[in-house]
Design a protein around this ligand. Structure first.
Ligand SMILES: C[S@@+](CC[C@H](N)C(=O)[O-])C[C@H]1O[C@@H](n2cnc3c(N)ncnc32)[C@H](O)[C@@H]1O
Length: 286
């Protein structure tokens, strides 16, 4: 018989003082906004850190982070608070639009003839977003014999998730969004594990991964992107941080290039020198 009540009592509680400390640290390290209503979220995400560090409660953990945590401890704290949910061809209407309109337009406006198109996945998580965009571009080139050449940049706050992205290895249950034709062209099967697939080398070689804090302009890659994907990350910032991140990213988009946001992330295009093409797709006009 499971002693349910004693189990419930053993979960450490988190008070408003600790919530405020964690929120301040999350804001300064990653721009992440944690509201004072998020104590359950913090308990769920940070509980493992108490066990790892052998600390009795969240007050001790807050004090530890403020006074003597190592760089690695602070990284673990931020890693625990970030959400990496992603998938291949997530919000796939944007990839349809890239194939039918975005990439062909970029070719005719000239960028594609002068140099490789640059696709930037600004909060890339484990890489599926950037690989999906590159698969779309390469398939278009191969199907239509166009001059479309491209390379990709993937950036994220989390070093651990970027290591996964760089490996390009995914499980069978993660590749569901990729069409059969694209699987044949862009995925390698593992010889000894039928559940593992790897992104083909010619696609992986087109990509650079870099740890970046979108709130820190100095940490951003020195690129001019033709397509910047800033999807499903603005929701984690407060209004001021969101504005700063948008400015940091849009500054690195070529005039005539495109910004793609998550479908629930709206913005006022004119405030950023953009024009709205369709929901969550914007073109830089200034
Ligand atoms: C929910 S995932 C979105 C992944 C992908 N863009 C998509 O839409 O499928 C959010 C990602 O943003 C990253 N992130 C959060 N704050 C960040 C910051 N300040 N700078 C860079 N990346 C950040 C997280 O580490 C996480 O991998």
């Amino acid at each position: 018989m499971i002693p349910q009540h004693s189990e419930t009592r053993s979960v450490p509680r988190i008070g408003p003082r600790e919530v405020a400390i964690f929120a301040r640290l999350a804001q300064s390290a990653g721009g992440l906004f944690i509201s004072d209503q998020k104590s359950d979220f913090l308990v769920a995400r940070l509980g493992a850190q108490l066990i790892r560090l052998g600390l009795p409660d969240f007050a001790a953990y807050a004090s530890y982070l403020e006074t003597r945590a190592t760089e690695a401890d602070r990284t673990q704290f931020i890693e625990a608070l970030t959400t990496h949910t992603t998938s291949f061809f997530r919000e796939n209407l944007q990839y349809d639009w890239l194939r039918e309109t975005g990439f062909p337009d970029l070719l005719t406006t000239g960028a594609g003839f002068r140099r490789d198109l640059v696709i930037w996945s600004a909060a890339s998580s484990s890489g599926q977003e950037l690989y999906s965009a590159l698969m779309t571009a390469c398939s278009l080139r191969e199907a239509q014999d166009t001059d479309l050449r491209c390379r990709g940049f993937g950036t994220d706050l989390s070093k651990a998730i970027l290591r996964r992205a760089e490996s390009g290895v995914y499980a069978r249950d993660e590749i569901g969004g990729i069409s059969d034709g694209m699987r044949r062209r862009f995925l390698l099967s593992s010889v000894d594990d039928t559940n593992r697939f790897r992104i083909a080398a010619d696609l992986r070689q087109r990509v650079r991964w870099q740890q970046t804090n979108l709130t820190d302009a100095a940490s951003l890659p020195r690129i001019t992107a033709d397509v910047a994907m800033l999807r499903n990350v603005l929701i984690y910032f407060d209004a001021a941080t969101r504005d700063m991140v948008l400015q940091n990213v849009i500054r690195r988009i070529a005039r005539g290039g495109y910004l793609l946001t998550g479908h629930s992330e709206t913005l006022t295009p004119q405030a950023y020198g953009l024009r709205s093409i369709r929901p969550s797709i914007y073109q830089k006009v200034e």
